[in-house]
Write a protein that binds this ligand. Structure first.
Ligand code: SF4
Length: 532
């Protein structure tokens, strides 16, 4: 494919080995390989492919890219600092192809790549099932220029327009959800990549540890290295690549969107079925009559069957059990141990360490007890001896079955990465000459926002602050510029009449069919569960 030839050549032949930024000078040095290459020339000779107006004339053979504030001077045959733009025969070209997706009814309306493989047969536009993404569309900077593509099409008899641009986001980050009970680090602890601070641990959610990474503070407010490393980590996470993170006072975790987290070198298998109390509630009936006592060990809320409301309703007698920690409500205990990577997200390896001595007024020799973690990963069975001390015994098969039932009810542990960016700034000017009208149109649900074709969640309140699940986006959707900032696709789709009403750049609206002359497609492997 032409675009692969192009990008590979720029990647290999014109690899950036150093660049230096001054106010208006960015020096790009490539390796010593000759820039002349007939194949490369041929690759770009197709009319309009990858071309952009993001250039100005510069001295010598160099051209100047003005698609972002870095303003690279780019030698012929070389790529700019971001590897997104290159100088091909004196023309600034966008190295990556512009991605167009095709909706298919057979996939339940899911978006799939416009073309799954092979060369383009020229039949680009199967209106209205084609969706023009911003991936590879290019950036307009500064944003008073109209967005790179403003494309009209007819959908169900209604004239629609989609405005696409690759936004440059200095205000952006990722929210990471890591499905694990294991302790990753204290809340607010610094999260590092390559030793640099790139974010922090934030509040845990049900069965998951949460990280907040990136943001303008780490991108721009620290050292140059901190900004660069933050940008790299955000881009890799957003492009579904693995990134190793270390947490001050906590664990090392490898995070990759859509894959299990690897905590201190061990891949997590399951997220918990619930907290200890919820586990008691779910399985109390299945334990009734098979065991006298059950303790579900959990770093947050440890559950005790005989004291829990579920046990009371089942008339389970008191057992004289004595728990450590702080009793919240009957059968629910906080802080039975410190957090860690042991049983139920605590630091214990011996579950008996959360128990005090049994009360001889209620306990009796032979009393049976199951102790289990919230994932069923850890479990042990005990019987009280004559001195009312728990002695571990072989677990009866029906209790083993109940532990397996807990495991069965645990969902696979995954990492989830949501990219979050603020699109309520200057890029709106590429859509309309009255930016606030775009914001209002989004709030009024007249304009649908997508990122690489994936649906986004737009936060209520001011601005257009959106979040998107990166696994729902085509591969390689994110780029960067060394300001540093992330480059992310964003599309605004609305009725043509509404677009005119909000002051859209109507003289730049082009029909979908016109993309035939400017658009290249990229074959992408379809990964189940992922859009592309
Ligand atoms: S970093 Fe990329 S977008 Fe920015 S000026 Fe350089 S080549 Fe253009």
């Amino acid at each position: 494919m032409r675009y692969y030839a192009a990008s590979e050549r720029f990647g290999l032949w014109a690899r950036l080995t150093a660049f230096k930024s001054a106010r208006n000078i960015v020096r790009i040095r490539t390796n010593d390989r000759t820039r002349e290459d007939a194949g490369l020339v041929g690759a770009f000779s197709t009319a309009g492919l990858f071309m952009t107006d993001a250039m100005t004339a510069a001295g010598g053979d160099k051209i100047r890219c003005d698609a972002c504030p870095v303003m690279c001077y780019i030698k012929p045959g070389a790529a700019g600092a971001c590897d997104r733009y290159a100088n091909h025969n004196g023309e600034l070209v966008r190295v990556d192809p512009h991605i167009v997706l095709e909706q298919t009814v057979s996939h339940g309306g899911r978006l799939v790549p416009f073309q799954a493989g092979g060369d383009w047969d020229g039949k680009i536009v199967h209106e209205p099932s084609v969706f023009v993404t911003a991936i590879g569309a290019g950036t307009t900077y500064p944003d008073y220029k109209p967005a790179p593509f403003i494309v009209s099409s007819e959908v169900d008899g209604v004239d629609m327009v989609t405005v696409v641009t690759e936004g440059i986001f200095s205000y952006c980050g990722v929210k990471v959800k890591i499905d694990t009970d294991r302790y990753l680090g204290p809340e607010t602890a610094t999260v590092r990549a390559q030793g640099e601070a790139i974010g922090h641990v934030t509040t845990s959610e049900y069965g998951s540890q949460m990280l907040s990474l990136g943001g303008v503070h780490h991108l721009t407010g620290g050292s140059k290295k901190e900004g660069r490393v933050t940008c790299d980590a955000l881009m890799d996470l957003s492009n579904c690549k693995p990134v190793e993170l270390t947490i001050d006072g906590g664990a090392t975790v490898v995070v990759q969107a859509g894959y299990p987290p690897i905590v201190n070198g061990i891949a997590e298998e399951r997220m918990r079925v619930g907290c200890g109390s919820a586990t008691i509630g779910m399985f109390a009936k299945q334990w009734h009559g098979k065991v006298d006592e059950v303790v579900v060990v959990d770093d947050h809320i440890t559950g005790v069957l005989s004291e829990h409301q579920a046990g009371k309703l089942l008339d389970i007698p008191d057992t004289g059990i004595k728990m450590k920690g702080r009793r919240s409500t009957p059968g629910r205990y906080f802080q039975v141990a410190d957090p860690g990577t042991g049983w139920g997200g605590t630091n214990i390896s011996d579950p008996l360490s959360v128990l005090g001595p049994f009360n001889p007024k209620e306990a009796r020799p032979g009393l049976t007890m199951l102790m289990v973690s919230t994932t069923g990963e850890h479990a042990a069975y005990y019987e009280l001896d004559e001195a009312l001390r728990p002695v571990e015994k072989q677990m009866p098969s029906d209790l083993k079955f109940s532990v397996e039932r807990i495991q069965e009810n645990c969902e696979p542990a995954l990492c989830t990465v949501l990219f979050m960016g603020g699109a309520g700034g200057s890029l709106r000017a590429g859509v309309t000459d009255n930016p606030v009208r775009l914001t209002r149109s989004v709030k009024d649900a007249l304009t649908r926002v997508t990122s690489g074709g994936a649906p986004v969640y737009v936060w209520p309140g001011g601005g257009i602050t959106f979040m998107v699940d990166v696994t729902q986006m085509p591969a390689g959707a994110f780029g960067y510029v060394p300001t540093p900032a992330l480059v992310a696709p964003i599309e605004f789709t609305l009725r043509l009449s509404d677009y005119a009403a909000l002051g859209g750049h109507m003289d730049h609206v082009r029909p979908l069919a016109s993309l035939r002359d400017n658009t290249e497609t990229r074959p992408m492997p379809y990964i189940p569960g992922r859009r592309a």
